[in-house]
Design a binder for this molecule. Structure first.
Ligand code: NAP
Length: 265
């Protein structure tokens, strides 16, 4: 802990907002550690991980290295093991440790918007890394169930099988959305244009929508859902919460989340 410096490993990495809001939180805490984006190819990742461990550095990992980093860590948390991905690393006793704070980040963001999460019926759209983090969180909600849809049924079925009985794969978005009181978009749809991951008309009345995509004024999905009268929140909350949990791993205390949010805005 108390790393010599912090880096964000990814490829590409320049678009990431983590350096901006982590640097603001680090400065607000009176620390002088740097946090910088570092573009690394898959080929170079093992060497870079060794060098960072020797320097007692820490940091985050983003697309496409989260799964590869898991294999490079000497020890990982049970959560990272379950998800099969590391997004946060640090060095203890000369060894590289890994965690996955996307799980706790989604859990906190969902509780912020829902209050109680018990017995939620959840529709999950998408079956990639972020969807796995959502399942890692929902798996700890008493009595909650998930119906997952992805454009390739096999991806959804494979992911459901990894997490157990509370998850079922569906062959259409409409079937997954039917009766769901929490709907999570875990695809990148809406990131670069105005498209929606599913029709708003398929939502159950009073459903709450969480889009893991984030944007300055929400996303196409959260804007369309809000216009139709639904409570909808974008991925900013999860971004801040996963970042706050990473910060706690590195420094042993919680950052100022308001500073993080302000830096993002
Ligand atoms: P990923 O591992 O690449 O998975 C993406 C999933 O979306 C896959 O199931 C993929 O299906 C599906 N998909 C991709 N393009 C699609 C399209 N045009 N139409 C329908 N489905 C599509 O990505 P990820 O890491 O899970 O990230 C997903 C999104 O969550 C990204 O936008 C990312 O920025 C966001 N995210 C946000 C946070 C946060 O803190 N707010 C954290 C993590 C991720 P195929 O397998 O068929 O391609």
């Amino acid at each position: 802990m108390n790393p010599s410096r912090l880096v964000l490993l990814g490829d590409p990495v320049a678009q990431s907002l983590s350096p901006r809001f982590q640097s603001a939180a680090i400065a607000a805490a009176g620390l002088t550690v740097s946090y910088e984006a570092m573009q690394v190819s898959a080929h170079d990742l093992p060497r870079v991980a060794r060098e960072l461990a020797a320097e007692r550095a820490g940091g985050n990992v983003t697309i496409p290295h989260k799964a590869a980093m898991l294999a490079l860590c000497a020890e990982v948390t049970p959560v990272a093991q379950q998800i099969g991905a590391v997004n946060t690393f640090w060095v203890e006793g000369g060894k590289l440790f890994g965690d996955n704070t996307d799980v706790g980040g989604f859990d906190k963001a969902a509780r912020n918007v829902l209050g109680s999460v018990d017995r939620r019926s959840v529709a999950l759209i998408g079956a990639g890394g972020a969807a796995a983090a959502v399942l890692g969180a929902v798996g700890s909600w008493p009595g909650a169930t998930v119906r997952i849809f992805s454009r390739r049924l096999k991806s959804a079925a494979d992911l459901a099988a990894r997490f157990g009985d509370f998850v079922r794969a569906e062959s259409s978005a409409a079937a997954a959305l039917h009766g769901a009181m929490l709907v999570v978009n875990a695809t990148p749809v809406g990131m670069s244009d105005g498209t929606l991951p599913f029709p708003i008309a398929d939502l159950t009345p009073r459903a709450v929508i969480i889009d893991l995509v984030y944007g300055k004024r929400g996303t196409p999905l959260t804007r369309a859902a809000a216009e139709a009268g639904f409570v909808a929140s974008d991925g900013t909350d999860m971004l801040v919460e996963q970042g706050a949990l990473s910060f706690e791993r590195w420094f042993g205390f919680a950052p100022n989340r308001t500073v993080m949010r302000t830096a993002l805005a």
